[in-house]
Design a protein around this ligand. Structure first.
Ligand SMILES: Nc1ncnc2c1ncn2[C@@H]1O[C@H](COP(=O)(O)OP(=O)(O)O)[C@@H](O)[C@H]1O
Ligand SMILES: [Mg+2]
Length: 235
């Protein structure tokens, strides 16, 4: 099956955007290409673990098939629903800033169960030995209903990664440094981010997280007072 996608990809443009892997997007799947695509021996383990997660309702994309042709590695994956959570740009245009605000608006209107699902999925993914890379919003897809995780590699590093989960989730849900790039919508965006942080904080509390630590690290730029967000329920 993968052969037909590889053949078709030769007449297609890969997604741009400074990532490691080339990605060819089809209606029903994506084809990834490049040296960062997992080696054959890791492929079966990833496939089994991703299937297990999927069967347990976690929002991941399963891998369908892989191939190495003339030294090029390919992997066919189920296509994630929606689009990149945020499109990170160094100097976003006004339109891009408004898109950012719209996504924040959508996220901030979600109820706590949305955040519980996001964090529980993240935890289960880590438990299966995968690493979640929070450094790029492009590793998270959002369709207005739920967030899916892509770009998952096995590191078997649960004990190291898990304590960072809440802080990393906070950074992901504000688009990393994008908040400070979106100068024209900054004040409005900041208010949305505060609502999002209140919600992650509430879910975090019920997960037994150390909220003081979260507050300390969630805002590395220190430009707005996270303490404010938590006052409402810390008392
Ligand atoms: N399963 C998928 N569904 C939809 N798009 C994907 C999928 N996998 C990858 N992509 C697209 O290709 C890009 C690069 O893939 P990714 O696995 O994140 O590789 P890397 O970040 O290492 O280059 C992603 O940011 C995304 O836009
Ligand atoms: Mg990626």
């Amino acid at each position: 099956m993968i052969d037909k996608y590889i053949e078709a990809s030769k007449k297609m443009d890969a997604l741009g955007g400074g990532s490691n892997k080339k990605c060819y997007v089809f209606d029903d799947a994506v084809l990834l290409k490049g040296s960062f695509v997992n080696k054959g021996e890791e492929y079966q383990i990833r496939k089994e673990r991703l299937n297990f997660l999927k069967q347990n309702g976690v929002n991941v994309c399963t891998v369908l098939e892989n191939a190495t042709i003339n030294g090029e590695r390919y992997e066919l994956q189920e296509k994630a629903k929606g689009k990149e959570l945020f499109h990170q740009e160094y100097s976003p245009t006004l339109e891009e800033q408004q898109n950012f605000l719209e996504t924040l608006d959508s996220l901030s209107s979600k109820d706590l169960s949305f955040y519980e699902k996001f964090l529980n999925d993240w935890d289960k993914i880590l438990q299966m030995g995968f690493d979640v890379d929070p450094s790029k919003s492009s590793n998270f897809f959002y369709d207005g209903e739920s967030i899916s995780f892509i770009d998952l590699n096995i590191t078997n590093n649960y004990d190291v990664r898990r304590p960072w989960m809440l802080r990393e989730a906070a950074v992901v849900l504000r688009g990393g440094g994008l908040l400070w790039q979106c100068k024209d919508v900054f004040e409005e965006a900041k208010e949305k981010v505060k609502i999002i942080y209140q919600k992650i904080g509430k879910v975090g509390l019920s997960l037994g997280e150390d909220i003081e630590e979260f507050i300390l690290y969630a805002d590395p730029y220190g430009r707005f007072d996270l303490q404010e967000c938590f006052k409402s329920y810390k008392k």
